[in-house]
Design a protein around this ligand. Sequence first.
Ligand SMILES: Cc1cc2nc3c(=O)[nH]c(=O)nc-3n(C[C@H](O)[C@H](O)[C@H](O)COP(=O)(O)O)c2cc1C
Length: 174
Amino acid sequence: MNTYETIVTRRAVRHFTDRPLPDEVLTRILEAGRWAGSAKNTQPWHFIVVRSPETRDRLAACGRYAGHLRGAAVAVVIVTGPGRWAALDTGRAAQNMMLAAWAEGVGSCIAALHNEACARAVLGVPEDKQIQLAISFGYPDPNAPATIEGWPLEKVLASVGRRPLEEMVHWEGW
Ligand SMILES: Cc1cc2nc3c(=O)[nH]c(=O)nc-3n(C[C@H](O)[C@H](O)[C@H](O)COP(=O)(O)O)c2cc1C
């Protein structure tokens, strides 16, 4: 897959097979996150790798739609310091990891951890750090239903698919 194909074919994967993620694949995913650009190159992130099924189960209970963490091979939680650009920097690292994963057939999905105190307690994250999000990684289950927590996608999401280009692109001004 070239870069463009990787970008346009990647969709959120919330259901995984039991196949483990080889260490070298996980390392490449983490390296892709490490090489993301960040504001003033502050590299504000820490990546907490969670293989333990018990810990992923506890983390899944910290978000409203975080159940996919339970079935993943690995979860990566991104933690930053506070700061104006922390969320943007997190997004860039997350997208890098998810694209690097997809380029080798590994699916992924973000989980918002709405109850930050819950995730902090599970992972032992210090109070001066922000828990931004978790990402599930694993090999996609080919028989997966198109659901989130058992709900059809359209019941949970603002939309399914993408708005057309002409609706979002403005030329030379609004
Ligand atoms: C900030 C953010 C938070 C998200 N939180 C969740 C979540 O908690 N649970 C989940 O299943 N998907 C979550 N997602 C994934 C979105 O639902 C997904 O990116 C969107 O529906 C597009 O999916 P698609 O690429 O398969 O079309 C999140 C995505 C982002 C960017």
